[in-house]
Design a protein. Structure first.
Ligand code: ADP
Length: 546
């Protein structure tokens, strides 16, 4: 047993590391050669990654920056239970307590092994003087930035004071720094490196996003006759009646909905169709919420239709299905929510039932919010939210490996998915479904504005499609003098129609051009269609929206 494993047992009471990655991160931090960045999902044991190495350095204190007093309290309580001296300096403590802590830290042999502070506290003169003293007498083992995503404006809880920590990193070059966060996007990771001014090369320990046991797909609501029927079939197929297992280990499902009403509606429709479900949302009384959660956790009810508030703190390993009814909020949220499936490592299924009209509403809301924002910070936040939304839309409207979308988002290499998502398992089928979805969405958009639509016609390149654009053009042209309230919405529809058609052309052209390279007779016939598409596209591009 080496000294690292010895401390794991002695100080923390664990017989082994929680994962190989945890062990590698601990050993890298213990070497103390590089700054270290750790990105692992919540619950994977990040704290131990810096706490254990700090315990290897006698008579030294690790300074930990943490965003919230509540989090600090949890960590101190946990360490205190393990009989490891941990303290905090904060604005809420009594003068007497503060003096006690400061006296200890100024002594030649401090008892304190961990000092927790908020970034705001770190900016005070008291803290600066204390750190200088500790560094001067070589009493600091590590500087640790917990919840490091707070340093990024791309993160969901950006804290401007976190930015100032970068100056401390520059000032105290001799101390190794450790930054920890839950799974972060490529942008957030980059911000953490830059804004905290971590010394390069930074040793990085990241849990890869790819989970082979999860199968991802997208179903277009407007391409199926009976959406709820389809959902019931999907649930029945993947949630087996496992009578031989303990109730709490029975298969379960979560259906995430966007609104409270939707959770109630879908849950009652599922129950009526023979699949017992319960609704869960913030509008329920606390006792009702607890009861739903319990019935689901202990296997009495296999399915919960819930808003995204459901799942935090829920640790059920046998979730076989996670469905999103409509567009998830963004890629990070989708990864996290769908990731509640298959924690036991067995096959599980994550599906989005995508609805384009809902996507349009979200688009509209986000743009309106952007229009209303006043300060540069608000504007930036809106822009970021919009960009995240666009990535999520692309996830649903592109024929691309779903796991690769996650990998790109988290800045990782493309995983070897092979057939763990619909796009890899059946690319042609997904392409066909997407085209049908777009045609129907366009048809519905035009129909709702009184336009005759040819969108469902298979003649994508001929006069039918161009005629459709002309109808749109004359419709909007006639009303170009119309300054009523609905003018903006008409313009949006016209713009959208145009962009949908162009997008369809682009996709078709790409496929045809791919086929052309195969150079068969049949394909060259298609190529002439491609040229026709080209000229139609130019005409469409030339149309102006009134
Ligand atoms: P995170 O910060 O990644 O969310 P925590 O550090 O809070 O995770 O740890 C999550 C849980 O895992 C805690 O209950 C912790 O005690 C436990 N844990 C950490 N390391 C180990 C280990 N090596 N063996 C068993 N449990 C561990």
């Amino acid at each position: 047993m080496d000294n690292v494993t010895e401390k794991l047992v002695q100080c923390f009471g664990y017989r082994k590391f929680k994962s190989e990655l945890q062990e590698r991160a601990v050993r890298a931090i213990a070497r103390g050669v590089h700054d270290v960045y750790v990105s692992m999902p919540t619950g994977s044991g990040k704290s131990l990654c810096f706490q254990l190495p700090a315990m290897l350095q006698d008579n030294k204190v690790a300074i930990v920056f943490s965003p919230l007093l509540a989090l600090i309290k949890d960590q101190i309580d946990h360490l205190t239970k393990l009989k490891i001296p941990a303290e905090s300096i904060n604005s809420k403590m009594t003068t007497k307590d503060r003096e006690r802590v400061l006296n200890d830290l100024h002594s030649m042999k401090p008892n304190t092994r961990f000092l927790y502070v908020t970034p705001e506290q770190a900016a005070t003169g008291t803290f600066k003087a204390l750190t200088e003293h500790l560094v001067k007498y070589k009493k600091v083992s590590y500087m640790v930035v917990d919840e490091a995503h707070c340093v990024s404006e791309w993160g969901h809880d950006f804290r401007p004071d976190y930015l100032k920590l970068g100056d401390l990193r520059e000032k105290f070059k001799s101390i190794p720094w450790v930054a920890l966060t839950a799974t972060a996007s490529a942008e957030v990771t980059k911000d953490i490196m830059t804004n905290l001014k971590l010394l390069q090369p930074v040793a990085q320990y990241k849990t890869p996003s790819f989970r082979r046991n999860l199968y991802y797909d997208v179903v277009y609501q407007n391409c199926i006759q009976d959406e709820i029927g389809d959902l019931v079939d999907f649930l029945k197929k993947h949630l087996k009646d496992d009578d031989n297992v303990k109730p709490k280990d029975k298969s379960a499902a979560i259906i995430y909905c966007r609104t409270r009403e939707q959770t109630e509606d879908i849950s009652s429709m599922l129950t009526k169709r023979g699949f017992k479900s319960l609704a869960y949302h913030g509008g329920l009384k606390t006792s009702e919420r607890i009861s739903v959660q319990e019935q689901w956790s202990n296997g009495e009810c296999p399915c919960v239709c819930a808003t995204v508030s459901f799942g935090m703190g829920v640790d059920k390993a046998t979730v076989r299905v996670v469905v999103h009814w409509g567009l998830p909020q963004n890629v990070a949220a989708y990864y996290q929510e769908s990731g509640r499936a298959g924690r036991d490592g067995k096959p599980a299924f994550c599906r989005i039932y995508y609805c384009r009209s809902e996507r349009n509403s979200v688009d509209f809301l986000l743009k309106s919010e952007m229009g209303r924002s006043k300060t540069p910070e608000q504007k930036q936040r809106c822009k970021n939210a919009y960009k995240s939304f666009e990535i999520m839309v692309k996830y649903c409207e592109e024929v691309k490996c779903r796991h690769k979308v996650f990998a790109d988002y988290f800045g990782e290499e493309a995983p070897r998915c092979v057939s763990r998502c619909d796009a890899c398992a059946d690319e042609r089928g997904v392409r066909r479904a997407l085209e049908q979805h777009l045609r129907r969405a366009m048809s519905a958009t035009l129909g709702s504005h009184g336009l005759v639509s040819h969108a469902d016609s298979s003649d994508l390149y001929g006069e039918g499609r161009l005629g459709q654009m002309r109808e749109a053009e004359s419709y909007y042209g006639e009303r170009s003098g119309d300054d009523s309230d609905s003018e903006g919405s008409r313009r949006r529809v016209a713009e959208e129609t145009k962009s949908l058609i162009l997008q369809e052309f682009a996709n078709r052209k790409k496929n045809l051009e791919k086929d052309r390279n195969k150079n068969t007779d049949a394909e060259s016939a298609k190529y002439s269609k491609c040229q026709a598409a080209d000229s139609t596209e130019k005409k469409v591009n030339g149309l102006t929206v009134a």
